[in-house]
Design a protein around this ligand. Structure first.
Ligand SMILES: NC(=O)C1=CN([C@@H]2O[C@H](COP(=O)(O)OP(=O)(O)OC[C@H]3O[C@@H](n4cnc5c(N)ncnc54)[C@H](OP(=O)(O)O)[C@@H]3O)[C@@H](O)[C@H]2O)C=CC1
Ligand SMILES: Cc1cn([C@H]2C[C@H](O)[C@@H](COP(=O)(O)OP(=O)(O)O[C@H]3O[C@@H](C)C(=O)[C@@H](O)[C@H]3O)O2)c(=O)[nH]c1=O
Length: 285
């Protein structure tokens, strides 16, 4: 299997890259500096030269607050980039994996969102990711469109990883206030990478939700982590409105992964098991 991987410095990309190499697959990995997915010429050149079996697009603009002002930049990466990839993949009969987010939903439901629920994003980041979904699903038939939520991985930037941020805050604060009114399903990149590589071997194209099992609030997730690391500070519940500079985020955006289990034969480990594994690996690095 020959893979062309974009956004190769990102947290999910790094784990996909590692795992695919372990399987003995050929991975041609491109960072933003080498392949800017919003540049149609560069995308066409890379894909037509390499002729991969599959393109895995991990490139994204993931700054939720900044996207309100930088929405053109966000749309270029999250909307136009996937458009470029889908156009060339379709022309060359190459499969495309693209990732989206729980933030395409408004969070008004009280049960996990299924692949049959209609998106209605609350913020500009979510709107640009929805545009990416539309571009991919309209421009090619050979797609795996995979929504993930609250992604955390060992590698990549701290800014896009809530647990890494929490660990940083816990180092120099003795009090933390974490929101109880944002609930979703954490997704560990190691587990998502494995599921994605299993999925692409099935040839079962379509829309998927891939997250760890179960869901929690940001507060519950933080409480769980801080207990595991024996943090001596005090944790207080907070509300999203206590952070007036943050844009609106969905209150409940847990994802229902049906029919993933029917296809892979298993669900992903629970968010608790995944977070514990992350912490063990993080502190042994
Ligand atoms: N992080 C999260 O909590 C969530 C992420 N997702 C989605 O999952 C996928 C993987 O996310 P994650 O691993 O966290 O992403 P990261 O933010 O870790 O990585 C994204 C990568 O894309 C690169 N990039 C940015 N713009 C371009 C461009 N124009 N062309 C090529 N590369 C570019 C970035 O490079 P540079 O750093 O140099 O800008 C970065 O290396 C994305 O689709 C994301 O939207 C969905 C839900 C939650
Ligand atoms: C600073 C701070 C923030 N918060 C709150 C404010 C904010 O509403 C909330 C969200 O945190 P973050 O900004 O880390 O999370 P955010 O960047 O919104 O995370 C999202 O990223 C994108 C890319 C996705 O696709 C989503 O799935 C999701 O992972 O945390 C606290 O509870 N306590 C604090 O001390």
């Amino acid at each position: 299997m020959k893979i062309l991987l974009t956004g190769a410095n990102g947290q999910l990309a790094q784990d996909i890259w590692l795992l695919a190499q372990k399987k003995g697959w050929e991975v041609m990995a491109f960072t933003r500096q080498v392949l800017d997915i919003s540049n149609f010429k560069q995308v066409k050149e890379a894909i037509t030269t390499i002729k991969p079996d599959i393109v895995i697009n991990c490139a994204a603009y993931n700054y939720v607050d900044k996207a309100e002002k930088e929405w053109e930049q966000a749309l270029l990466v999250n909307g136009i980039g996937p458009r470029n990839l889908a156009t060339i993949c379709e022309r060359q009969a190459i499969s495309l994996v693209h990732f989206s987010t729980d933030y395409v939903f408004d969070g008004h439901k009280s049960t996990p969102y299924t692949i049959a629920d209609l998106p209605s994003p609350l913020n500009k980041y979510g709107a640009t990711k929805l545009q990416g979904e539309i571009e991919v699903s309209h421009l090619t038939n050979r797609y795996y469109l995979i929504r993930v939520s609250w992604v955390f991985g060992l590698r990549g930037k701290t800014e896009v990883n809530f647990i890494k941020k929490l660990l940083l805050w816990s180092k120099d604060r003795d009090q933390l206030h974490i929101v109880t009114d944002q609930i979703s399903s954490p997704s560990y990149t190691e587990d998502v990478a494995k599921a994605v590589l299993d999925l692409i071997q099935t040839g079962r194209f379509g829309l998927y939700h891939i997250t760890n099992s179960g869901y929690c609030s940001r507060y519950q997730w933080a409480e769980w982590v801080l207990k595991k690391i024996d943090w001596s500070g005090k944790l207080f519940p907070a509300r999203s409105k206590d952070f007036p500079n943050s844009v609106l985020r969905p209150a409940f955006s847990a994802l229902d992964t049906f029919p993933l289990k029917n296809i892979l034969g298993h669900e992903l480990p629970s968010w608790q098991e995944a977070t514990e594994r992350f912490l063990k690996q993080w502190f042994s690095l």
